[in-house]
Structure formats: C-alpha cells, structure tokens
Write a protein that binds this ligand. Structure first.
Ligand code: BGC
Length: 248
C-alpha cells in the first residue's frame, strides 16, 4: 500500500510516494520552493501542486514544524505566526480534496525511525531528536507516539535549548564540534533526567556518518544513543506512516 508523504520545510516542500510495509520511497522525490512568507493559503497552493505532480487521489500525510493538536496548529516557532490556530488538516484536505493527516515534523521523523529505521524493534521509551534549524523532539512508548513534546524550547542557560544546541547555531557561530558537543551533552543529560528514555536517536543532517564521527564519541548517555537512519526523507516517510497508522 502506498501513501503520499509531504514534508513542508522552511525552504522546500517535498513529496514522494511511500510503501507503508517497507518504508521505502516508491517514486522520485518532487520538490517545490516554500513560498516566501510561508503563510497558510500560499503553502496550501504549493502542496496542491506537489500532490498534482503525482496525480494522487488517495490518502496523504503532511508534516511541518508546528505543534498540531486535533488537526490544528498551536505553535509556529520557525514559520509564519499566522499558522497558529489554523486547522491544518481542514486547509490541506480542502485544497487537495483528499483525506489528510497532519503532524509535527519531529513526530514524523520519529515515526520513520521507530517503524523502519534506527529504532525498529526497540521496546520501552524511544526519544528522537532532530538537530537542524531548531531542535525537534518526539517520544515513543513502543510504537505509540506521545505527540507534540517541543523539547527544543526547554529553558537552558538563560535561553532555549535550540538557541544553544541546534545545528544551525553550530554553523552560525562557527562552533567547533567539541564545543557544540559539550552543549548537546548538557541538553541530553537534562532530557535524560526528565524522560529516562531507553533509546535516543539523533537525526537531522548531523546524523550522517561523515558528521557523526566528529562528535558522537564525545557524548555520554545512560540510554543507547544512535544516529538516525533517515535524514532528508524522514519527514516524507514518517508523514506517510502516520497517515496510515493514525487512521487504521
Ligand atoms: C519547532 C518544532 C519543530 C522543530 C524542528 C522547532 O523550532 O518548534 O515544532 O519540530 O523546530 O523543526
């Protein structure tokens, strides 16, 4: 069975067909630019164009960097504030005239890892952290998602965790891997104290092997610590997986 997964990011809106049994993409990815301003109606038009590219007429999973409860966006940290209060599922369902499940981007990345990736087969609590422009977080108890954690916004060192330890901050401030790893370590220790997960998966661009060799050995956690298996495709795969899981 295939589902169309669409990942709305700050710069691009990407879609692909996903085989729900294997988690593999069954089409090429198709990407269009996120419209400047990224307000709901403009984004819906681009999402429509992405679905049209696939001539898609079935279920769709959509993910974006906002907290989504009962289909409605409740936060908008790195995206236009006009999303807050928007019924995201209603907006996209009516733009596409299709059944849509919408969820937070880190929750989607978590679905991808827990069902098909580094967390496959794990029992207990799995925490997935995505280190990118912000810090996304998702917690699973077995395969069950505890949605919308937003642990990137925890207060730390007089600011927020993502303002200190996101990968965008490492790049912006030209931090050495060692210095950045020290910040990340503080964050991980804090999170372990709060949630005591048995597995932590670190995702985002820094989870590629050529990046993890710079800092993974510097991190110490009680939980098993693994790099994510999916990077660019995590949102698409996870959105499709969530659309399937949440409606069966
Ligand atoms: C947002 C989250 C998102 C994360 C990663 C944070 O700033 O608040 O909703 O999951 O960035 O994109």
């Amino acid at each position: 069975m295939e589902i169309l997964g669409i990942d709305i990011g700050g710069t691009g809106i990407k879609g692909a067909l996903v085989d729900i049994e294997s988690g593999q993409l069954t089409s090429e990815r198709f990407r269009l630019d996120t419209p400047g301003g990224a307000c709901p109606e403009e984004v819906a038009e681009v999402v429509h164009a992405v679905a049209k590219h696939f001539l898609w007429k079935k279920k769709v999973g959509i993910t974006m960097p906002v907290r989504i409860r009962d289909g409605i966006a409740c936060t908008a940290a790195n995206i236009d504030p006009s999303w807050i209060g928007t019924d995201v599922e209603a907006l996209f369902s009516s733009a596409l005239e299709l059944e849509v499940t919408a969820l937070n981007d880190a929750d989607a990345a978590g679905y991808a890892e827990v069902h098909y990736g580094a967390g496959r087969g794990a029992s207990g609590k799995t925490l997935v952290l995505t280190l990118g422009t912000g810090i996304g977080s998702s917690l699973f108890v077995g395969h069950v998602l505890v949605p919308n954690l937003e642990l990137g916004h925890l207060r730390m060192g007089g600011t927020t965790a993502e303002a200190l330890a996101a990968n965008s901050i490492r790049k912006r401030d030209d931090l050495s891997w060692k210095k950045w790893a020290k910040r990340l370590q503080k964050y991980l220790t804090y999170i372990e104290f709060l949630l005591d997960p048995s597995l932590i998966i670190l995702g985002g661009g820094v989870s590629r092997p050529k990046r993890t060799r710079h800092y993974f050995h510097l991190l110490k956690t009680n939980a098993r610590l693994l790099p994510a298996q999916f990077q660019n495709e995590a949102g698409i795969i996870g959105a499709a997986c969530a659309a399937h899981t949440q409606t069966v």
